[in-house]
Design a protein around this ligand. Structure first.
Ligand code: ADP
Length: 453
């Protein structure tokens, strides 16, 4: 595309204006630029540049105007907006040239380049008296002899020039304070937009990186779950072998063994028992993240579920003379019955186990929680047990984390980790508060509707 337009002196086309007309025009331009600047809140640099440049040139009375931006890397000069240039010139410039600030033909005596290098406004009232040059890239549009005055305002962010706004006048132009102040304001509007744009881009980048990291984490977790699932199955076999040989030795040699040998066998039997429990817990943990084929989205009546859980724990409840009080009628929820049973069983059993009272008491209530997703309910299981110190509120949900010795309270420390994992599967949460010596309250959310895929 060629832009060889006839170099008509713009002033010759205009009928002469009266001083009042000029003042009115200027006031209108001020109103326009004020309107644009105060309403412009965008991160789109191209939109901001186009909206701002026209009223800016109308205000100063410039015949031509450009907004140049330095594009990293290489600091290429990109034409972001033009005024007084023919349509399509900007795209043509950007496709054809985009000169680099370090290239030989970029001279400091070009007003835009100078304002960017010096990071100061460059005002040239009379070009004939200054050693200035013009971008050869604009020579198709502006003949250097035609320009009498120039002003260029650098766009500066963090002490670095990122571009410039430049005005060209075919008649000598006197720049007053008001114009210079408007030039700075306009430059601020553009730099503000660039900063917003950079922030938005950085936020989008972080969001993308986070999504990628989450994807990797998901994969690693899946692999880890498969590993735990497979190894917990594979570990059962050698354990069974050890148990069988212990049993054979006891059967065959039991009466002929010395007491210390009997003691060794007893210790092996205890250790295998503990290992069996650990493997069982690992299997439960691995199952917590697996689908219970076709039974993930059952309609489960929580009242019936709690009756079953109490039935399964009957021996334990009776041995401790524990009482379980359910305060509310609970809803029907959509979940895997097996998994949510395991949640209640773990928490209820813990409330009775970690309890020194003659009469352990558990209260199960529905809670009202501000900001709770309407598709969820919040349940509280309160006990009158030994309590948990505040610093361990998070730790108890970690795998194999126990606050007490085995001799004091039996267990592996996997129960609450399994509970947490099951709930996370339904995008649900669990947390607690407690008073040492008085009891604990475990709160958890449950899904009313379908499990998120
Ligand atoms: P386990 O019951 O096998 O020890 P859990 O994961 O269920 O493992 O619990 C982890 C630890 O949290 C327990 O060892 C115990 O110290 C503490 N804990 C859990 N529930 C309670 C409770 N209701 N009251 C006091 N301490 C508790």
């Amino acid at each position: 595309m060629s832009f060889k337009t006839p170099m008509l002196h713009k002033e010759q086309e205009k009928p002469s204006e009266t001083a009042i007309e000029r003042t009115l025009k200027k006031l209108k331009a001020i109103e326009n630029i004020y309107y644009v600047c105060s309403n412009l809140f965008t991160s789109d640099i191209a939109t901001a540049s186009h909206k701002v440049l026209k009223p800016f040139c109308e205000l100063t009375g410039a015949d031509y105007g450009v907004i140049l931006l330095l594009k990293n890397p290489g600091k290429h000069i990109h034409l972001e907006a033009t005024y007084g240039f023919p349509d399509g010139y900007m795209e043509s410039f950007n496709n054809k040239y985009m000169p680099s600030m370090s290239s030989e033909d970029i001279h400091e005596n070009w007003p835009s380049v100078r304002s960017m290098l010096k990071r100061k406004i460059v005002v040239i009232k009379d070009t004939s008296r200054n050693n200035i040059g013009f971008s050869k890239y604009f020579s198709e549009i502006i003949h250097p002899d035609e320009i009498k005055s120039v002003a260029s305002v650098p766009l500066v962010i963090n002490n670095k020039a990122v571009g410039a706004i430049t005005n060209y006048f075919v008649k000598p132009h006197e720049f007053n304070e008001e114009e210079l102040s408007f030039m700075k304001t306009t430059a601020n509007v553009i730099t503000g937009t660039i900063e917003r744009n950079h922030l938005l881009e950085a936020a989008k980048r972080s969001e993308r990186e986070l999504a990628q990291a989450n994807e990797v984490l998901k994969q690693v977790n899946q692999e880890l779950d498969s590993f735990v699932y497979i190894s917990s199955h594979d570990l059962r076999e050698p354990l069974r072998t050890i148990e069988s040989f212990v049993s054979i030795i006891q059967d065959k040699l039991g009466n002929n063994l010395f007491p210390h040998q009997q003691d060794y066998l007893l210790r092996i039997a205890k250790a295998t028992q503990k290992m069996r429990k650990l493997i069982e817990d690992l299997t439960h943990l691995a199952r917590a993240t697996r689908d219970t084929k076709g039974k993930e989205n059952e309609q489960v009546d929580l009242n019936a579920l709690l009756t079953e859980v109490q039935f399964e724990l009957t021996a334990f409840i009776e041995s401790r003379k524990a009482e379980i009080i359910i305060h509310d009628t609970l809803p029907v929820i959509c979940c895997s019955k097996e998994k949510i049973s395991s949640v209640f069983k773990n928490i209820i059993a813990n409330g009775i186990k970690f309890n020194k009272s003659d009469k352990p008491q558990l209260h199960i209530k529905l809670m009202q929680k501000t900001g709770l997703d309407p598709n969820k309910i919040c349940v509280c299981v309160e006990d009158n047990g030994i309590g948990i110190e505040k610093e361990y509120y998070d730790k108890v949900f970690g795998l194999f984390q126990r606050l007490h010795a085995q001799e004091e309270y039996e267990g592996t420390g996997a129960g609450l980790a399994i509970v947490k994992k099951i709930l996370e599967r339904y995008s649900c949460e669990i947390w607690l508060d407690s008073e040492v010596g008085k009891g604990s309250r475990f709160y958890f959310t449950l899904p009313l509707g379908k499990k998120d895929a």
